[in-house]
Design a protein around this ligand. Structure first.
Ligand SMILES: Nc1nc2c(c(=O)[nH]1)N[C@H]1C(S)=C(S)[C@@H](COP(=O)(O)O)O[C@H]1N2
Ligand SMILES: [Mo]
Length: 420
């Protein structure tokens, strides 16, 4: 016991997240009764697993990188970076009309030739009155796990588009970044103009992003400036941004269309485990922790199910009839415990969705990540399969409502577990 107390004291801020969750959640969202909850409080294994959780915001050097290019632009030597506009001192953005039949009519395009391209100082001037910040998990449509969660800061792209004085024939925005001046290496994306000019369903704006977790964007993350589309998978968030092309062309032309990707897919809600014991003693409670990505349909529950290996119900591919048990979604970290290398350990002021003290106004927060934990009852000896899933705010259990792989990962994870 004393070892447990010591541990709990050391990791108070983390374990508190769990206990607070238990006390603030209504009975309806918890299938564990108060006795089980008390058992949770006493389970050193679970307290330890929770204490070992990663921080919710990702440290800057822990973000994973998905970059194309030979060489990848962030690996260029400093002189070359300066030469091609990949430093804050030399960055320039052209905002131009498409050519020919797809031309949008602009009164004031921004071009290098005219000396009207936007530079970093110009962007910072606009930022003085228009900067926005929001939390978002960056996830590749083609990779299972999130690449990192951060607070992304930038200027709404519409602020720059309006400065070009578009008049008519503008239906879409194409954009791309530095690609070693080789057309074959171009990685580009696009958005309907309406999504850029207005933010539906209270989403944050599409931004020209220059800071992550309160620090200037590194070359790896796409600095000096990248696009960030809040609700989208990573391929919409073009790095090393150099060109925005306003067009009357009405269809998408994203690089990610290749490879059979569903490029209109917003972030899905889904869960995965972070810690599951590989081997458990007979009749010993089983501590499990994990995370969930909170997609556009929010998150109402995370559930876990352990069954003897190979005893899955027949004719029920999504395991709707399985004996799922609710896990506990952990409370948000207390101010000062978000991680992510934030300056002064503080959520930057005026981050959308956070109050003045840096507490989230709602939880779980859409487009972000949460942690969850569960202590499952002990089992007889044998081989088992553990699964976790989310239920979104609309009541859809993972992998629904959008189960197809090429619109983003949502498959139910399965993990082997041996009891002996
Ligand atoms: N210019 C450019 N932007 C890009 C890419 C790229 O290869 N080149 N990769 C995209 C993809 S597929 C993803 S998933 C995200 C990954 O962002 P990250 O490397 O910051 O984690 O960046 C996107 N932006
Ligand atoms: Mo990606």
């Amino acid at each position: 016991m004393s070892a447990l107390h010591e541990f709990l004291n050391e990791h108070q801020h983390l374990t508190r997240r769990f206990f607070l969750s238990l006390s603030t959640l209504g009975a309806a969202t918890l299938t564990v009764g108060s006795q089980a909850a008390r058992a949770n409080e006493l389970a050193p294994e679970l307290a330890e697993a929770i204490g070992n959780l990663e921080t919710l915001l990702t440290p800057l050097d822990k973000f994973r990188d998905v970059s194309r290019g030979k060489p990848v632009p962030h690996s260029l030597p400093p002189e070359k970076k300066a030469e091609v506009g990949l430093t804050r001192e030399t960055w320039k953005l052209e905002v131009i009309s498409d050519t020919d039949k797809s031309a949008a009519r602009l009164r004031k395009p921004m071009t290098k030739a005219d000396g009207t391209a936007l530079d970093f100082n110009g962007l910072m001037q606009i930022a003085e009155t228009h900067s926005v910040r929001f939390a978002k998990v960056m996830t590749c449509l083609n990779i299972g796990c999130p690449l990192g969660t951060g607070i992304w800061e930038g200027v709404p792209l519409r602020e720059i588009i309006w400065r070009t004085q578009p008049v008519e024939n503008l239906r879409r925005v194409f954009y791309y970044g530095y690609h070693n001046d080789e057309p074959g290496q171009m990685f580009r994306s696009s958005m309907p103009i309406g999504r850029v000019l207005e933010d539906p369903y209270d989403l944050p704006p599409v931004i020209l992003c220059y800071k992550l977790n309160g620090q200037f964007l590194s070359p790896e993350r796409g600095g000096p400036v990248r696009v960030v589309v809040p609700e989208a998978y990573g391929f919409k968030s073009i790095k090393w941004l150099s060109h925005v092309v306003l067009t009357n062309f009405a269809a998408a032309n994203d690089t990610y269309i290749d490879g059979n990707n569903d490029i209109d897919s917003p972030l899905k809600t889904w869960a995965a485990t972070l810690s599951v014991p590989k081997e458990v003693a007979v009749n010993q409670p089983i501590p499990v922790t994990g995370y969930a990505q909170v997609g556009i349909s929010g998150l109402s529950k995370v559930q876990v199910w352990i069954c003897p290996k190979g005893t899955e119900p027949e004719g029920d591919p999504n395991f709707l009839t399985a004996a799922w048990a609710d896990a506990t979604i952990l409370d948000p970290p207390k101010p000062g415990h978000w991680g992510g290398d934030l300056p002064d350990n503080k959520i930057p002021s005026n981050t959308q969705g956070f109050d003045a003290d840096g507490r989230p106004k709602t939880w779980p927060m859409r487009l972000g990540k949460v942690h969850w934990a569960a202590l499952r009852p002990g089992l007889p000896a044998g081989e088992y399969t553990l699964r976790s899933r989310t239920v979104d705010e609309k009541g859809h259990a993972q992998p629904m409502p959008r189960p197809f792989k090429k619109s983003g990962h949502a498959a139910i994870e399965q993990v082997n577990l041996v009891v002996k």
